[in-house]
Design a protein around this ligand. Structure first.
Ligand SMILES: [Zn+2]
Length: 123
């Protein structure tokens, strides 16, 4: 089993017992190593390390991949969202497609609701 290293630039500077390694006289705080991580697409040991990375590299990342310079628009054709309403006794759901701009509603089957490929949006 290969271990992954946390990608947080300052991971090794946090004083926790699990980071303190080595024999007496030559102990060091070390970057966390684990079989898996849960933060930042499995690259960071915790939220602090994830945000350390974001704070350090976000400007470079935005410059590299391109900044949003104009507001994007979600038009009527793509404003459909799947949702459901409960009946009076909270026993049955009725599924609907609701347009967030026109407020038009169209009925949906439960199957269509659960089908991630089914959409009324044009995209
Ligand atoms: Zn870390």
């Amino acid at each position: 089993m290969s271990l992954k290293l946390c990608q947080g630039p300052d991971c090794h500077t946090y004083h926790t017992q699990d980071r303190l390694k080595g024999i007496k006289g030559s102990k060091t705080y070390q970057t966390r190593r684990r079989s898996n991580f849960y933060y930042g697409n499995h690259n960071f040991c915790d939220q602090k390390c994830l945000y350390d990375w974001v704070n350090k590299y976000i400007e470079q990342g935005l410059d590299h991949f391109g900044r949003t310079t104009e507001a994007k628009h979600l038009t009527e054709e793509n404003a459909w969202q799947k949702t459901y309403d409960w009946d009076r006794n909270y026993e049955n759901r009725s599924y609907v497609y609701r347009n967030g701009i026109t407020q038009e509603q169209r009925p949906l089957t439960e199957e269509q609701y659960n089908d991630t490929n089914y959409t009324l949006n044009e995209r």
